[in-house]
Write a protein that binds this ligand. Structure first.
Ligand code: UDP
Length: 356
C-alpha cells in the first residue's frame, strides 16, 4: 500500500480557520486519497483536528503568516519553531513513506528538500508574497521541476517558475453542500477577516444597497475588524462566526450571492466553489483564482478590482443568474473525484514504488 506523509501549514492548527483554504484542501485531499486506498498521515501543529484522519500533533510555536509581512523581509523562524519540529519528525520517519507532500508556504521545507531521501511534492497554496521565499522556491523548482503544484494559472504566474507548475485546482465533496434554488434577499461574505481579503469593500457595498450581509470566518486581524465596525456603524451586517462546513453551507445556501473582494492575487478561493455548490452565484473582483472560476453573467459577475460601484451594480443583477448553473459547474469541474484524479496522477509520477 502507498504511504504518503502530508506536512501541514505552521501558521495554525488544522480546523482553527487560521490556515484558511489550505485547511479545507487538506481535509478533502486526505478523504479522497484514503477513499482511493492510500495510507495518509498528516503532521500538523498541536490541537489540530480532522474527522477520519491520522494526525500527528507537533509541539512548538506557530509561524507568522507570510501575507502579514512585507515582501522584502528576511526569513524568520520563531524560537522552538513548530515547522522545524514537524520536519524533524518527518526526517526521522521518512523511510516509512513513499512520498512527502509539503503544504507550508514557508522557506524551511523548500530549503530542506535536497536533504531528504524520500521525494517531496510541493503544493503551493498562495501567490508570491515574499522575495526570499520566491528565491528558495525557484532554486528548488530548478532542481525538482516535476514536484511543484498550484491551484490556478493566475497564481502560478506570480512566480518566476510559473511554467513548471502543475495546475491542480480545488475540489469539494458535493454531498456536503445542498443545492438551494430559492434564496432570501441577503448576501454572504466568507473567509479569514484580514486586510488582504478587503471585507470593508463588501461592507461598503451593502451599506450603499442596504442588502443585509452575513459574514462568516475567523477574525485573524482584530484591529482590522474593529476598524470596519467603526467606519460603517449603520451597515446591515451580521457576523455569524467561524462555522463548520455543515453549518456554513446551511446558512450560505439561503443567500442571494457571495461577495469576494480580494485585495491580493487570490490563489484560488475555496469559498467561491463552496457558494456555487449551494447554487449561490459569486460576485468577485477579477483578480486571481475567482477570475478563473466565475463565468461572468452565468455563475456570477466579475467586476473591476477595487470598484465598490461595480459591486453595487452587480448585486442588482443577481436575480438574472440561474442558480442551477452554479451547482452544475461545480459538479462538472470541482468535484473531489475529478480533482483527486489530478492529484493522484501527479503523486504517482513522484512517489517511490512500494516494495509490497
Ligand atoms: N471557512 C469555514 N467556516 C467559516 C468561514 C470560512 O470553514 O465560517 C473556510 C472556507 O470553507 C474556506 C476557508 O475558510 O475553505 C477560506 O479559504 P479561501 O480559499 O477562500 O481563502 P484563504 O483563507 O486560503 O486565503
Amino acid at each position: 500500500m502507498h504511504k504518503i506523509l502530508f506536512m501541514s501549514t505552521p501558521v495554525g492548527a488544522l480546523s482553527s480557520g487560521i490556515g484558511g483554504g489550505v485547511e479545507l484542501t487538506l481535509y478533502n485531499l486526505i478523504q479522497e486519497m484514503q477513499r482511493r486506498g492510500y495510507d495518509i498521515t498528516t503532521v500538523a501543529p498541536k490541537s489540530s483536528f480532522f474527522n477520519n484522519a491520522k494526525i500527528i500533533e507537533i509541539e512548538g510555536n506557530l509561524h507568522i503568516p507570510a501575507q502579514t509581512q512585507s515582501r522584502d523581509i528576511s526569513t524568520m523562524m520563531p524560537k522552538n519553531s513548530v515547522l522545524a519540529n514537524m520536519w524533524e519528525y518527518a526526517r526521522k520517519v521518512q523511510s516509512e513513506y513513499h512520498l512527502i507532500v509539503n503544504f507550508a508556504f514557508d522557506w524551511l521545507p523548500f530549503y530542506l528538500t535536497p536533504f531528504f531521501s524520500t521525494p517531496i511534492a510541493q503544493f503551493i497554496s498562495m501567490g508570491s508574497l515574499c522575495d526570499s521565499l520566491d528565491d528558495i522556491m525557484d532554486q528548488t523548482a530548478q532542481k525538482y521541476p516535476d514536484n511543484f503544484g498550484v491551484y490556478t494559472k493566475s497564481q502560478a504566474n506570480t512566480f518566476p517558475f510559473s511554467d513548471i507548475c502543475k495546475i491542480l485546482g480545488s475540489g469539494l465533496d458535493l454531498s456536503l453542500y445542498e443545492f438551494n434554488e430559492q434564496c432570501e434577499q441577503k448576501l454572504a461574505w466568507l473567509g479569514r477577516i484580514a486586510p488582504e481579503k478587503a471585507l470593508e469593500d463588501a461592507v461598503k457595498a451593502c451599506d450603499i444597497t442596504q442588502v443585509p450581509l452575513l459574514i462568516f470566518g475567523k477574525v485573524q486581524d482584530e484591529k482590522y475588524w474593529q476598524d470596519i465596525l467603526t467606519k460603517y456603524p449603520h451597515a446591515p451586517i451580521d457576523y455569524r462566526g467561524f462555522l463548520s462546513t455543515e453549518d456554513l453551507q446551511r446558512e450560505l445556501r439561503l443567500c442571494q450571492g457571495l461577495l469576494m473582494t480580494p485585495r491580493w492575487i487570490e490563489a484560488f478561493g475555496n469559498v467561491a466553489i463552496e457558494a456555487l455548490a449551494c447554487g449561490v452565484p459569486v460576485i468577485a473582483y477579477d483578480r486571481g483564482g475567482p477570475g478563473e472560476i466565475v463565468e461572468d453573467g452565468k455563475t456570477g459577475f466579475l467586476v473591476t478590482p477595487d470598484s465598490v460601484e461595480e459591486l453595487v451594480n452587480a448585486i442588482k443583477k443577481l436575480p438574472k443568474i440561474n442558480r442551477l448553473d452554479c451547482r452544475l459547474v461545480v459538479e462538472k469541474e470541482y468535484s473531489v473525484e475529478v480533482w483527486g484524479d489530478r492529484f493522484e496522477q501527479w503523486f504517482q509520477t513522484l512517489m517511490i514504488k512500494p516494495s509490497i
